[in-house]
Ligand binder design. Structure first.
Ligand SMILES: *[C@@H]1O[C@H](CO)[C@@H](O)[C@H](O)[C@H]1NC(C)=O
Ligand SMILES: *[C@@H]1O[C@H](CO)[C@@H](O)[C@H](O)[C@H]1NC(C)=O
Ligand SMILES: *[C@@H]1O[C@H](CO)[C@@H](O)[C@H](O)[C@H]1NC(C)=O
Length: 398
């Protein structure tokens, strides 16, 4: 398997033509602050340091595009903090540009927008460990929830002077919130309302797939035995990969997207080759434990903490500790965080009286897991109505 993959790469390297090298636009390599600046928005970088030594860069868009030309001020604004998913970063909410991406649209609607970066991605570091140190990678979303999100919230409150903010989480960014509420319930008091996009809490529908990957293929152990510290792909290899196998007009002819669609749900109409290339080029590393922790949740039918590992005891997080109003939005064709699983979460939150709403994210029937950030029409289909929801939540609870 490994040998044949290296061979494929070798052959691909030999066939990359100069023409193909134009494929990746400059957006593929720019940092989030560079992207936001070139889009004409104000951008600030802030650092949050966690109690276990990780240094996280928060990105803030404190005002909209028009206001940016004059002196802007975020004083008196309502703040929204957005938490990204697995393999993601703050970039996921700006990469589609001002017409389509959530962070810009919220800023233009008058909000003070903050984007998290959870430990592991390129905007994070550790006080004592380099990224080559195995200790740097010893975390899952348990630590994102217990340390990273609280540190980010405290930073936002400190800089803005606000008593409370609204949190929007996407996929693992929701898992993170539920872990935080369970482990650090005092943080409920700092949140107005929680808007959960494609929440990843119950994953029982993936049980068989996960068991096959872990037990039959033994996939993670094989990677670890090759001395890998994290799941990440070398820049040069990724570029070659995107140029040769991941770039085509139709998603059907695109090996990468065919694989992605088997996991997240197919949605050809919302596929755009430029966006797909950008998305793949900007993929962030993941730790083994992040994947293993999700796998444990899928295999045990429980929203369990990590405790003593993949095959260790099951100790469910306490969802009764969630004390803020929660809105759950699902994609009708999302195969990764499926409606039935989110419905189970809805039932649980409804029982303690914190469920505000449980509904489809939008009217598009093929809306899949990655459409939440990367659908061709994500601006009109999803983000525009979402801004109304944000406004309604502030009116109701803010
Ligand atoms: C980092 O190293 C210093 C000095 O050795 C130590 O005092 C501190 O506890 C370490 N912090 C973390 C979070 O590991
Ligand atoms: C922010 O943190 C600093 C340093 O800890 C503190 O002096 C300041 O009072 C805080 N500001 C607010 C508004 O909480
Ligand atoms: C929540 O509970 C109420 C009554 O207890 C019920 O009418 C409603 O259908 C429930 N909603 C969901 C989404 O489970």
């Amino acid at each position: 398997m490994a040998v044949s993959i290296s061979r494929v790469f070798f052959i691909l390297c030999c066939f990359v033509t100069s023409e193909q090298q134009q494929i990746l636009r400059k957006e593929a390599y720019e940092t989030v602050p560079q992207l936001v600046s070139s889009a004409g928005y104000p951008i600030e970088k802030h650092r949050a340091t966690t109690s276990d030594g990780y240094i996280l860069q928060l990105h803030r868009i404190p005002a909209g595009k028009r206001i940016a030309r004059k002196a802007y001020s975020a004083k008196g604004k309502k703040a929204v903090l957005i938490g990204h998913g697995l393999l993601g970063s703050s970039g996921d909410f700006v990469i589609m540009g001002p017409e389509k991406s959530l962070a810009y649209m919220l800023a233009d609607a008058g909000y003070d927008v903050w984007l998290t970066n959870f430990r592991g991605n390129i905007y994070t570091a550790h006080k004592n460990y380099t990224r080559n140190d195995p200790k740097f990678w010893e975390y899952s979303f348990h630590e994102h929830g217990k340390y990273d999100l609280p540190a980010c919230i405290d930073k936002v409150l400190n800089v803005t002077g606000l008593p409370k903010i609204l949190y929007v989480g996407y996929s693992m960014g929701t898992t993170t919130f539920f872990v935080m509420a369970s482990e650090r319930p005092e943080y409920n008091d700092k949140i107005i309302s929680f808007l959960a996009l494609a929440p990843a809490v119950y994953l029982s529908h993936l049980k068989e797939t996960v068991e096959w990957l872990l037990k039959d293929l033994n996939i993670l152990d094989r990677l670890k035995n090759r001395g890998l510290l994290s799941i990440s792909i070398r820049r040069e290899i990724l570029d070659v990969f995107i140029r040769s196998m991941c770039y085509s007009k139709k998603s059907k002819d695109n090996v990468c997207m065919s694989i992605v669609y088997t996991f997240v749900g197919e949605d050809d109409e919302q596929y755009d080759q430029e966006v797909a290339a950008l998305m793949l080029a900007r993929i962030q590393p993941a730790s083994f434990r992040q994947l293993e922790h999700f796998a444990k949740i899928a295999m045990t039918d429980a929203f369990t903490s990590w405790e003593d590992g993949l095959w260790g005891d099951v100790k469910p997080y306490n969802l009764d500790n969630v004390r803020v109003p929660v809105t759950l939005l699902y994609g009708m064709n999302d195969q990764l965080t499926e409606k039935t699983q989110i419905q189970r979460l809805a039932g649980k939150l409804n029982a303690t009286g914190v469920l505000d709403e449980f509904r489809p994210a939008c009217s598009w029937r093929k809306f899949n897991h990655i459409d939440f950030t990367f659908a061709y029409d994500v601006g009109m289909l999803f983000n525009k109505p979402l801004i109304k929801t944000v406004g309604a939540l502030f009116d109701k609870y803010g």
